[in-house]
Design a protein around this ligand. Structure first.
Ligand SMILES: Nc1ncnc2c1ncn2[C@@H]1O[C@H](COP(=O)(O)OP(=O)(O)OP(=O)(O)O)[C@@H](O)[C@H]1O
Ligand SMILES: [Mg+2]
Length: 286
């Protein structure tokens, strides 16, 4: 797995990492401390050992107007691990995800991520003037064959809508098209920012199942930002709670899969996490 080192693009750092996705947004020099072993960041040949981390973040700080939203944050994600990220609104979850995606490099600190990464946001962000299959291939290098898109659309149960215009898709279908667009990148790291937030309850359950299946089939690391504690416990190997600019709490979820929300241990973990988030559980409120 090739790994990218993200740090600010600066005149004093000519070797600053390039990224496969999007604009950097960083055009000014920022002081940066890069302490990580560079061996881990170099391109891996087929024979090279798999890196120990899909994501490695150290001393990450991101400020807006002088106010640090992310403040000396540390985070590791193992290859193939499913991590869910919770935290109150405005605590910096999307900011962290954008940095990992390479969409924001106005940072201090060290960010190591795989070269192959993909991101899906709450809004599917499909181009209305391109048919679904063309949207799926959008931004891929070279001239990928339509079959590549069709295969990914099949994988998310949307093969029959390949030729459709985005405006004719339902919300759940559009979200699945967005997932297909992420999958064609064959990511080692899949970044999901509240991808089910706008879906109705039933569609949401189906989409959660789909993501769980895709993750198990593909074996990529996933970082899922969500507000839904139940969704986090249902899907993740590990749940993180972000607060005050850092990962303030983390919890391994050692429940067997598929998980059952009726399992008393499920309820116990959910309760603990809700408490961490400052939400009283029903038992406490009574
Ligand atoms: N481009 C920007 N310029 C100024 N402030 C920003 C910018 N982007 C984010 N912020 C601020 O940083 C903070 C964190 O925002 P972020 O979008 O990361 O929160 P979040 O945890 O994803 O919240 P939510 O759960 O509501 O999506 C917020 O106070 C937000 O206003
Ligand atoms: Mg957000």
């Amino acid at each position: 797995m090739a790994t990218h080192l993200h740090r600010p693009v600066s005149p004093t750092a000519p070797e600053a990492a390039q990224t496969s996705s999007g604009p950097t947004g960083a055009d000014r020099a920022t002081e940066v401390t890069v302490t990580k072993e560079v061996t881990e960041t170099t391109d891996a040949s087929a024979a090279a050992p798999r890196p120990a981390h899909a994501v490695r973040v150290e001393g990450l700080t991101r400020s807006f107007d002088g106010r640090p939203v992310i403040d000396d944050l540390r985070l590791d994600v193992r290859p193939g691990e499913f991590v869910a990220l919770l935290g109150r609104s405005g605590c910096g979850k999307s900011t962290l995800l954008r940095i990992l995606a390479g969409l924001d490099r106005d940072i201090e600190g060290t960010v190591l991520v795989p070269r192959r990464k993909a991101v899906a946001f709450q809004a599917p962000r499909l181009m209305p003037w391109k048919k679904v299959w063309r949207n799926v291939l959008l931004g891929l290098p070279g001239k990928p064959a339509r079959a590549v898109a069709d295969q990914a659309l099949e994988e998310v149960g949307l093969g029959h809508r390949s030729d459709a215009w985005p405006k004719t898709l339902s919300g759940g279908e559009a979200q699945r098209a967005s997932l297909a667009r992420a999958l064609v990148r064959e990511p080692d790291l899949l970044l999901l920012d509240e991808p089910f937030g706008a879906l109705d309850a039933l569609t949401r359950i189906k989409a959660q199942r789909l993501v769980g299946e895709l993750w198990q089939r593909r074996g990529c690391a996933v970082l899922l930002v969500t507000h839904d504690v139940e969704e986090a416990v249902l899907l993740a190997d590990r749940v993180l709670v972000m607060d005050e600019g850092v990962i303030a709490h983390e919890q391994e979820i050692d429940l067997d899969r598929p998980r059952d929300i009726a399992d008393p241990r499920f309820a116990e973990i959910r309760g603990q996490l809700l408490e961490r988030l400052g939400v009283a559980t029903a038992a406490e409120a009574a």
